[in-house]
Design a protein around this ligand. Structure first.
Ligand code: ADP
Length: 405
């Protein structure tokens, strides 16, 4: 069975093709084909990169502002040219789309119907950058593969069982009635990591208390009890919670009132400040990329040092909050770009929890661990570094739905 996965970002479009048989493997398979389109470098120019499991590669640039047309070109590389791996697009059995916002109604992966599309469009109000991009991907595939089932896998779904005390904001009650509540994001990654953690620990997921730290460009924590997310740091939008690459994370809402009173701030400008010019980038003035923050610190840049200090301070505070929600901890998980690759961030985060007996093995932490336990034998809880595999998680969801069609 061939499963095509589509993952649409604001200015990127990723896709991959998996082949699975009747038994769902418990470890991720390598995709047969992976492709990525990037629109970030030159206005109106799409950069396409494709690679296959056989080692064939293709890179090209073409003029395109349209996601739909670009997806069409990208999928052509599946059945034509040097990266060809299938004879016909009709060999694809099911298509899975990552959809950022599923709101309150969509609490699990769902076959796409006109109603589901209408909901994704309606929820664009809450996720104005991502949901429209997801919808364009869905519509492009409906044209290209009209008879193939398509599945929406929601980033919010994993947090659908948060208790009310965790998801209701203490504003006026009407907020809740109008859908203004915590939804949480990065759910596909947190879900994958929770299951992988249970595998690595050789334990039953239903017995585990986990804190998953997804630290990429966007950052969020999830407190996971028995496989269920019971608390998370991102909220109504992905701006809440931890300090991130270019997002502020939580700030005093009084700052916004103050700025609105004193300047000609529009919602556009505010969005730009909080989403694109804050976080590591805003404080350091150097970059939103943790590697460049590290380089700048090595050259004595004090603002870069301050940015890292705030990042760690807030990460520790967030882990503390998740600990309180769980009432204990079996394993702390680090994942995504920073979580998987920064021994400095992992070390500093764990150091604060030495008082509860959490102990990192310094050497393991330094040596690029992948799906590995980096705690000492006598640590009170395990510390896992897990390579997140969101596309695989989406393929799994498709496999499960397909088996019930
Ligand atoms: P996204 O959230 O967009 O999926 P990623 O999970 O790929 O992002 O994370 C991207 C971030 O990971 C980069 O901005 C960079 O800060 C960080 N990163 C990647 N490699 C390293 C590294 N070797 N050391 C520290 N940080 C890294």
């Amino acid at each position: 069975m061939k499963i095509l996965v589509l993952n649409a970002g604001s200015s990127s479009q990723k896709s991959c093709l998996y082949e699975l048989n009747d038994v769902l493997p418990d470890r991720p398979l390598q995709p047969l084909w992976e492709a990525q389109i990037d629109w970030t470098h030159q206005q109106g120019i799409a950069e396409l990169k494709v690679k296959t499991a056989k080692g064939d590669r293709l890179e090209e640039e073409f003029t395109s502002d349209s996601r739909k047309a670009a997806i069409s070109r990208m999928l052509e590389t599946l059945w034509r040219g040097k990266t060809q791996i299938i004879n016909d697009l009709k060999e694809i059995d099911i298509v899975g789309h990552r959809v950022v916002h599923g709101g309150q109604d969509y609490q699990q992966s769902t076959l796409i119907s006109p109603d589901v599309k209408e909901a994704i469009a309606r929820l664009s109000l809450f996720a104005p950058v991502h949901n429209p991009a997801n919808l364009e991907g869905i519509e492009a595939l409906e044209k290209i593969l009209p008879n193939v089932p398509q599945v929406a896998v929601f980033d919010t779904a994993f947090h659908a069982q948060l208790p009310p005390a965790a998801f209701v904001y203490p504003g006026p009650y009407e907020w809740l009635e109008n859908g203004i509540r915590r939804y949480g994001f990065h759910g596909i990654s947190h879900q994958y990591c929770a299951r992988r953690a249970a595998q690595l620990l050789n334990r039953d997921l239903t017995d585990l208390r986990l804190i998953s730290c997804h630290l990429g460009n966007g950052c969020s924590l999830a407190a996971i009890r028995g496989g269920v997310s019971v608390d998370t740091t991102m909220g109504f939008t992905p701006v809440e919670g931890l300090m991130m690459g270019s997002r502020s994370g939580s700030i005093d809402p009084g700052i916004i009132i103050h700025l609105l009173r004193r300047s000609d701030l529009t919602s556009e400008k505010l969005d730009n400040i909080l989403n694109r010019n804050s976080g590591l980038k805003g404080i350091s003035g150097v970059s939103s990329d943790m590697r460049q923050i590290g380089d700048a610190i090595a050259q004595g840049n004090e603002r870069a040092q301050l940015a890292l200090d705030i990042y760690i301070h807030r990460l520790r505070a967030g882990i503390g909050a998740m600990l309180a929600s769980l009432g204990g901890l079996d394993a702390l998980i680090f994942t995504a770009g920073v979580g998987e690759n920064s021994p400095v961030v992992r070390g500093a985060a764990c150091e604060a929890f030495g008082f509860i007996g959490l102990k990192l093995d310094g050497e393991k932490n330094q040596h690029s661990p992948v799906d590995e336990d980096i705690a000492t034998v006598d640590s009170a809880a395990r510390v896992l570094v897990i390579h997140t595999q969101e596309d695989w998680e989406i393929a799994r969801e498709c496999w499960k739905l397909y088996s019930h069609l």
